[in-house]
Design a binder for this molecule. Sequence first.
Ligand SMILES: [Zn+2]
Length: 225
Amino acid sequence: MGAFWTAAADLVTGAACAGCDRPGLVLCDGCRRALTPGPRAVPAPVPAVAALGYDGVVRPVLAGLKEHGRWRLQPPLAHALAAAVCAVAPDGPLALVPVPSTRASRRRRGGDPVGDLVAAAAAELRGIGVDVVVVPALRHVRRVSDQSGLGVRERGANLAGAFAARPGRALRGRSVVVVDDVVTTGATLREGVRALRAEGVVTDAAAFVAATPRRHADGVSGARS
Ligand SMILES: [Zn+2]
């Protein structure tokens, strides 16, 4: 509902590009090009790939989808996630296991845009012949604080034991790929891998729309330290 009215408002008021705020399309050509996937490895306990750097236009575009219900931004982001899955997943049937959104964020967003994004990526992969299902095998078992503003160690402590896995039968015979929109320190991924392992499930890979540039390689945040 919220997404529908946002889109309707775009039509009435004239949309601005979600990436650069220029009036016109939901996403201008330049910003759309900036979302072209360029898969890069992410340091993680399993093979992990992100399609984009979490900087430049990627940040406002992801926020537009997640926080402002601009669902027309979903296709290029779903395409990026699908490209990351292709770059990292082993051959054979796949199960995408989304990192669950917190209840608080689902309530705030009026839905689960990241879950919807994963479903759209899976649909695109099926369209090119990949045998893939989405299995929401992870869930929150306790409240966690907002991760933003927390350091690496604090994030790990905030998330330790936060997830439980209920794999069921749907994962059998499939390679397990944990998926999320953004990877920062990898703490959430590690917690997901741990929870799955506790139920006897091996995570084969992980895929993300975008990865936060690592501090030492990032001139902007490096200037702060
Ligand atoms: Zn733009």
